[in-house]
Every structure is written in structure tokens, then in C-alpha cells.
Design a protein around this ligand. Structure first.
Ligand SMILES: CC(C)(COP(=O)(O)OP(=O)(O)OC[C@H]1O[C@@H](n2cnc3c(N)ncnc32)[C@H](O)[C@@H]1OP(=O)(O)O)[C@@H](O)C(=O)NCCC(=O)NCCS
Length: 165
């Protein structure tokens, strides 16, 4: 499939909101945010990360958004070499064909270009598929955050992973 992997444009807040809601509905334990909270957010809440060019999207040749991932750089002179990857999601039809690799390659290339040397992320300990993708991209586990996510009455531990560029 011919895919365009690029940062969302500032005028694409509606597209970002739609794919983010799909992610939260599809896989609640994988994300920090809850669907009902995200549903209540206005479009303007989605514009700030887009203005920074900090969210990547996967678009098919008809312009439909099939996936996303965000990059949040730490603020502060002594920590701005680090960034967190968040919100990684591919719609079910886009999985299993190497699209995740391409999405990560684009973000890693960008991170290198702007002087980021440490990429971090947290992933549910149950989420072996996501861990497989991250390991393939070179991320290495460095810790386990117990009770990282609380989903109603259940806690989820997260594996903390990092890639040094
Ligand atoms: C996480 C996600 C982006 C991965 O993309 P993908 O295209 O599905 O991933 P891949 O097909 O490349 O699979 C990744 C690895 O997991 C393996 N895998 C696939 N299904 C698996 C399963 N059910 N259990 C364990 N491993 C599995 C694959 O074989 C591959 O491993 P390999 O590198 O050793 O071959 C995608 O599945 C997704 O959006 N999931 C829902 C949201 C989510 O979990 N996001 C992550 C939040 S941290």
C-alpha cells in the first residue's frame, strides 16, 4: 500500500481526534487517556501538539488516516535531549505489514535531526505485540513501572523502554 507518513498539519485536529478516539475505543488498557474524557475534549485540545508538529500520522492514498504516534520532547536545557513517544496506534487493517516500522523510522529520523539522543516509552506488560515492534526498532527495556495505569478497578504495569540514538 502507498502510505504517506508525516506530521499532522495544524488544520488536521479533527482527523487527529478521530484516530485518537478510535485508538482509545479499540484498546483502552494501552493508553493513559480514557475514551469518555477524550470524547469531551474540544478540537482545540488537539491543536497544541499539532502546532508543534509533534504528532505523526499514517495516511493511505485516499488520504484516510490509519495510524498515529506522538513525540513529546522534555523541557529544560539539561533534559531536552530526551523525548517520550506516546499514543502509538495503527488501525487493525494497517497492522502486521511493517507500517509500524515505517512510522517509527520516520519519528526516529526526525528525533535524530533535532538532536534528541534518548527516546523513551512505556508499554503495558500484557502488550507483547507492541513490545515486539519496539524491540525490533531497537528499544531496550530498562524498568517496570508497577500500577502505571489504572483502568477502573484494575492496575496495569508498564515496561519502560528506551532507545539511545
Ligand atoms: C502496537 C502496534 C502499533 C504494533 O503494530 P503491528 O503492525 O501490529 O506490529 P507488528 O505486526 O509489526 O508486530 C510486532 C511484533 O509483535 C509480534 N506479534 C504479533 N502479534 C502478536 C501477539 N498476539 N503476541 C505476541 N507477539 C505478537 C510480531 O510477530 C512482531 O514481532 P517480531 O518483530 O518478532 O516479528 C499495533 O498492533 C496497534 O496499534 N495496537 C493497538 C494499540 C496499541 O497497543 N498501542 C501501543 C501502545 S504502547
Amino acid at each position: 500500500m502507498n502510505l504517506d507518513i508525516r506530521p499532522f498539519r495544524p488544520d488536521e485536529t479533527g482527523v487527529l481526534k478521530a484516530i485518537r478516539l478510535a485508538a482509545l475505543a479499540d484498546n483502552p488498557p494501552a493508553f493513559a487517556e480514557r475514551l469518555d474524557v477524550a470524547l469531551a475534549r474540544g478540537g482545540e485540545d488537539f491543536s497544541e501538539p499539532l502546532a508543534r508538529g509533534a504528532v505523526w500520522g499514517v495516511f493511505d492514498d485516499r488520504g484516510r488516516c490509519l495510524g498515529m504516534a506522538g513525540l513529546d520532547r522534555f523541557v529544560g536545557a539539561n533534559v531536552e535531549h530526551k523525548a517520550t513517544i506516546w499514543g502509538v496506534y495503527l488501525s487493525p487493517t494497517a497492522r502486521g505489514g511493517g507500517t509500524g516500522d515505517r512510522l517509527f523510522s520516520a519519528i526516529i529520523e526526525h528525533a535524530r535531526g533535532v538532536g534528541i539522543t534518548v527516546l523513551e516509552l512505556g508499554v503495558g506488560d500484557f502488550n507483547l505485540r507492541a513490545q515486539g515492534l519496539y524491540a525490533r526498532m531497537g528499544f531496550v527495556p530498562y524498568g517496570l513501572e508497577r500500577r502505571a495505569v489504572r483502568l477502573h478497578d484494575r492496575y496495569i504495569d508498564e515496561v519502560l523502554m528506551a532507545l539511545h540514538l
